[in-house]
Ligand binder design. Structure first.
Ligand code: PLP
Length: 419
C-alpha cells in the first residue's frame, strides 16, 4: 500500500529555514517584489483577514467550458482531469472527487461497513465531520487524546483503546503535519483494523516521503475555501486498498454500477449497494482544476509565509510555543498556529490583534466535551485535546498575504508579549 513519490516534489517542503525557493519557483516570481510590498502608511491599519480565497484566474474559464460542453453533472472531463492529477502526482491508486471532505468521510464509513456496536478510534481534537461520518453509521466513537508536541492523535495511546469491537482508526494530519503513520499502520496490521487518513488540511504534505492520504486504506481531502487548493466546497476520496475500489465507485454513484456501465463493462446499470449522491458537478471540478494547475505556485507562497512567521516569532519562543514539525513530516503551509500559556492569554492576544485590525482565530472545540457527545457519554479526561482547544491560536494565512502584512502580524504579537 506504500505510495512512492517523485523525490523532486519533496524538495524544500521542510520549513526549518526561510528558503526563497520551492521546487523551481522562486519567491519573486510568485509574489510582488519587496519594494511594491512595502506597506504605504494608509495600509498599516488595513484589515488583515484570517483567510482570503485565492483565484488563479482560470476558474471562470473552466466553468464556462463546462457549461458549453453540455455536461454539467458529475464525472465529466474536469472530474476525470482532477482525479488524474491526484493519481499521477501522488501515485494514489484510485481517487473520486466528492462534494466535500465530510462526504468523503461518509463514504469511508459506508465502505468499511461500519455498523452499530462497532468502535472507531478518532482524535477528539478535530472537526465534527471526522466523527460524525462514522457516528451516522451507528458507530461508537472512542476519542483519543492529542500528543504533546503537536495537536495530532497520540499514537502511543491508541493501542490501549483497541478492543475486539474496534473497526477503524481515523487519524487527522493537523495543519498538514503528518501523524507517525508507521506506528498506526503497525497497529492496523497487528489487530486487522482499517485506517482512514483525514487529510482535509494535508494536500501536498508527506510522511517519510509518502504523500499523506496515500498511506492508510482510505484517505480524504477538503477543498473548502479555507484550504490550500479550493473549489468553494469540495473533497476527494483516496482508495488505497484494492479490495475497496470497485465498491467505492458504486457508493459514489448512488449505489449503482453506473460508472462501470459508462466504461462499457456492462450493458445496463442498476441498484447494487448502499450509497448516495457524492459527485460534485463539472462546474465545481472545473474550478478545482484551475487551482490544481497552480498548486506549485500556491504552495511556494504559503510555505514562504509559514517560514516568515516561524523565523519572526522564534524571537519570543520563550513566551509562546511554535508549531513543531517532526523529522518524518513536512509542512504544507496550510496553517500557522501558536500555543499561548492560558486561555485568558489567548483571548487577550486575539483582542489585542483585533484592535490592530488583524483577525486571528482559535480552532476546534474538542469533541469529547461537545454537548452532543455528552448527551449519551460520560466525560473522559483528554488533557492535551483540552489544552489545544483552549490555547491554540491561528494567525492569518493565505496566498495573497503580503510580506509586510506578515511583518505587521509578527510585530503585533511581539508587542503584545513585550507589554
Ligand atoms: C480535519 C477535518 N476534517 C474534515 C473537515 C471537513 O471538510 P469539508 O468542509 O470539506 O467537509 C474539516 C474541515 O475543515 C477538517 O478540518
Amino acid at each position: 500500500m506504500k505510495v512512492v513519490v517523485n523525490k523532486s516534489i519533496l524538495s524544500n517542503c521542510k520549513n526549518n529555514n526561510s528558503s526563497l525557493k520551492y521546487k523551481n519557483i522562486t519567491y519573486d516570481r510568485v509574489i510582488m517584489n519587496t519594494k511594491s510590498d512595502t506597506l504605504k502608511n494608509k495600509e498599516t491599519f488595513k484589515e488583515i483577514p484570517f483567510n482570503k480565497p485565492y483565484l488563479t484566474g482560470n476558474e471562470t474559464n473552466y466553468i464556462q467550458k463546462a457549461v458549453s460542453s453540455g455536461q454539467l453533472s458529475g464525472n465529466g472531463i474536469y472530474t476525470k482531469q482532477c482525479q488524474h492529477f491526484f493519481e499521477e502526482r501522488y501515485g494514489f491508486k484510485k481517487t473520486l472527487l466528492t462534494t466535500s471532505c465530510t462526504t468523503a468521510l461518509e463514504m469511508c464509513a459506508m465502505l468499511l461497513d461500519i455498523k452499530p456496536e462497532d468502535e472507531v478510534i478518532i482524535p477528539s481534537y478535530t472537526f465534527v465531520s471526522t466523527a460524525l461520518a462514522f457516528f451516522r453509521q451507528g458507530a461508537k466513537i472512542v476519542f483519543a487524546d492529542s500528543e504533546v508536541e503537536t495537536p495530532n492523535i497520540d499514537v502511543n495511546k491508541i493501542e490501549e483503546l483497541i478492543t475486539s469491537k474496534t473497526k477503524a482508526i481515523v487519524v487527522v494530519h493537523y495543519a498538514g503535519v503528518a501523524v507517525d503513520m508507521d506506528k498506526v499502520m503497525a497497529l492496523s496490521k497487528k489487530y486487522n483494523i482499517k485506517v482512514v487518513e483525514d487529510s482535509a488540511q494535508a494536500v501536498e504534505s508527506f510522511y517519510k516521503g509518502q504523500p499523506l492520504g496515500g498511506i492508510g486504506h482510505l484517505g480524504t481531502f477538503s477543498f473548502h475555501e479555507t484550504k490550500n487548493v479550493i473549489s468553494g466546497e469540495g473533497g476527494l476520496l483516496v482508495v488505497n486498498d484494492d479490495e475497496l475500489i470497485e465498491r467505492a465507485e458504486i457508493i459514489w454513484e448512488k449505489g449503482t454500477n453506473r460508472a462501470s456501465f459508462f466504461r462499457g463493462e456492462i450493458d445496463k446499470y442498476t441498484w447494487v449497494d448502499t450509497g448516495s449522491s457524492f459527485l460534485p458537478s463539472e462546474t465545481v471540478a472545473g474550478f478545482l482544476y484551475a487551482q490544481l494547475e497552480n498548486i506549485d505556485k500556491i504552495q511556494a507562497k504559503r510555505i514562504w509565509n509559514w517560514n516568515k512567521y516561524y523565523n519572526g516569532l522564534k524571537l519570543i519562543e520563550n513566551k509562546i510555543k511554535l508549531p513543531f514539525i517532526p523529522d518524518y513530516a513536512t509542512s504544507n503551509g496550510h496553517m500557522f498556529y501558536l500555543i499561548t500559556k492560558s486561555v485568558d492569554e489567548r483571548t487577550e492576544l486575539i483582542n489585542f490583534l483585533k484592535q490592530k485590525n488583524i483577525h486571528s482565530v482559535f480552532h476546534y472545540l474538542c469533541l469529547h466535551e461537545s454537548p452532543f457527545y455528552l448527551k449519551s457519554n460520560s466525560k473522559v479526561d483528554l488533557p492535551q485535546s483540552e489544552l489545544y482547544t483552549s490555547r491554540l491560536l491561528r494567525l492569518p494565512m493565505y496566498y495573497d498575504l503580503k510580506s509586510a502584512e506578515i511583518d505587521r502580524v509578527i510585530n503585533a504579537v511581539i508587542e503584545f508579549y513585550r507589554n
